[in-house]
Design a protein around this ligand. Structure first.
Ligand SMILES: *[C@@H]1O[C@H](CO)[C@@H](O)[C@H](O)[C@H]1NC(C)=O
Ligand SMILES: *[C@@H]1O[C@H](CO)[C@@H](O)[C@H](O)[C@H]1NC(C)=O
Length: 455
């Protein structure tokens, strides 16, 4: 009896002890987790802060290099985690994609942006007010598939996606509410599978002379289809290992970039709704080493090209594309720092800023001087997948991981001042000079917010 009673009290003691330990562990756990959550909240706030102190960001970036190697590595990976990224030019992060963002496109009216991810959703964003705190989006789900590319039709009333598994092109019509926001989007038409391999370029032309869709596969199978799906033109491109294929903003030319032959161009002319000609187009300066990518400004006046020897060039193609003959006029060139993956380009609407995305970073160049203005380093854990300036010329949207980061076009403020200077030298009417002076003063003031001095 006595023994069993002693056993009993021993057991009670043991159970009590275990319970106490559990409670303690629980509290410790809770304490740490809630602290972590607080940290994350703080990080979010600094992320959305329009103008983070530059000095602080700079010292944070410099810190890992001065640490012992083991620790430095750990800290670097921690820094590049998408949740904790910060940069003085960062305006905000657009979140909501369940998977990795692959591509994005702005509607021609500048009001909407569509983005696609590898998880089967397309998000439609209202980008009229980037200052709003909660940036909501409308989610469109593609069933059993996901889209590699998304493009708005030029009338901003529909968008097209290129699906990866089925290799289909699907058109979605959008419904607009009275206040201009998008109410719904529904599939309206599907173009059947034509390519056997991955699509590397996709674009739409709805211009005065034709309505067609271009797609080009990694194997060089280039297709021009009517919106009904009928194949108007098909060719095997001469360019080896195509990297990108783009439709010019004027909607008449297709440019395919790749190794060896450089750039192949195709002139697509329609007449009364039917294909009249699809043949070689105006020649853009290629390069023996090959071409990675090209990008147009707002219209088909300027084109930037990234070559495989790590140089970029900006050309004036106003005359060349208007007449279809002549030569591209070289305006400026520079060098970019290459990375492990082929770079992608984005040219600002006014063609004054060239953004070169290399791996997870972005390099920004002043296209008038050819100089590097600044970089956005390690913005993602993965690669930059898509990059585009908005039509206002004020922001650069960069996609990677599950997020789209919106940056102030600080380089654009800088180049605008230089542009105004050059215009003033022309000494136009005093009214113009006044306007230019005002613009310059505004740009300088904004630059100061980013701790940048104009020299
Ligand atoms: C570009 O070319 C057009 C005509 O070809 C010309 O009028 C224009 O001034 C040029 N622009 C620049 C910046 O050189
Ligand atoms: C600008 O034009 C005005 C009037 O035509 C002239 O008096 C002035 O000297 C010019 N200034 C320069 C810097 O060329």
């Amino acid at each position: 009896m006595g023994d069993s009673q002693a056993d009993f009290s021993k057991n009670v003691f043991l159970v009590g002890g275990i319970t106490l330990a559990c409670v303690l562990v629980h509290f410790i756990y809770k304490f740490f987790i809630s602290n972590k959550e607080n940290d994350q909240q703080l990080v979010h706030e600094t992320e959305s802060e329009p103008v983070a102190p530059v000095a602080e960001a700079a010292s944070q970036q410099a810190a890992p290099e001065t640490r012992p190697s083991g620790k430095a590595k750990k800290r670097t990976t921690w820094k590049t985690k998408s949740e904790e990224f910060s940069h003085p030019w960062l305006l905000k992060n657009l979140k909501g994609h369940p998977g990795n963002v692959l591509h994005m496109d702005f509607s021609a009216n500048g009001k909407y942006m569509a983005s696609t991810c590898d998880d089967g959703s397309v998000l439609l964003w209202d980008v009229r007010d980037l200052g709003q705190k909660e940036h909501k989006s409308l989610r469109v789900n593609l069933e059993f598939d996901h889209a590699s590319h998304v493009f708005w039709t030029p009338d901003s009333k529909a968008f097209l996606v290129h699906t990866v598994k089925e290799n289909h092109i699907v058109a979605y019509k959008i419904e607009r509410k009275k206040d201009g926001t998008i109410g719904a989007a529904a599939p309206a038409a599907t173009l059947e599978r034509m390519h056997d391999d991955k699509v590397i370029g996709f674009g739409i032309s709805i211009s005065s002379n034709g309505r067609w869709v271009m797609s080009c596969s990694a194997g060089g199978d280039l297709l021009v289809r009517d919106l009904s799906g009928k194949v108007a033109h098909r060719r095997q491109v001469r360019v080896k290992e195509p990297h990108s294929a783009r439709v010019s903003p004027c909607g008449r030319y297709i440019f395919v970039c790749g190794a060896a032959a450089g750039i192949e161009s195709l002139d697509v002319q329609y007449e009364e709704g039917r294909l009249k000609r699809a043949g070689d187009g105006p020649e853009l300066p290629g390069h023996a080493a090959g071409v990675y990518d090209l990008a147009f400004g707002m219209d088909s006046s300027y084109v930037a090209i990234a070559y495989m020897d790590a140089t970029w060039k900006l050309f004036n193609v106003t005359g060349l594309l208007a007449s279809g003959s002549g030569k591209a006029q070289l305006l400026e060139s520079g060098r970019f720092s290459p990375g492990g993956q082929p770079p992608r380009l984005a040219l600002s609407p006014d063609a004054q800023v060239l953004a070169v995305a290399v791996d997870s970073s972005v390099q920004l160049y002043d296209t008038y001087t050819g100089k590097l203005f600044g970089t956005i380093d390690n913005a993602f854990t993965g690669l930059v997948t898509s990059m585009v300036f908005d039509s206002t010329n004020k922001h650069l949207f960069v996609a990677g991981d599950k997020v789209i980061r919106v940056f102030h076009n600080v380089c654009g403020l800088y180049t605008t001042i230089g542009h105004c200077w050059r215009l003033m030298r022309g000494n136009e009417t005093s009214a113009t000079t006044e306007r230019l002076k005002k613009t310059m003063a505004e740009c300088k003031e904004q630059l100061e917010r980013f701790n940048v001095k104009y020299e």
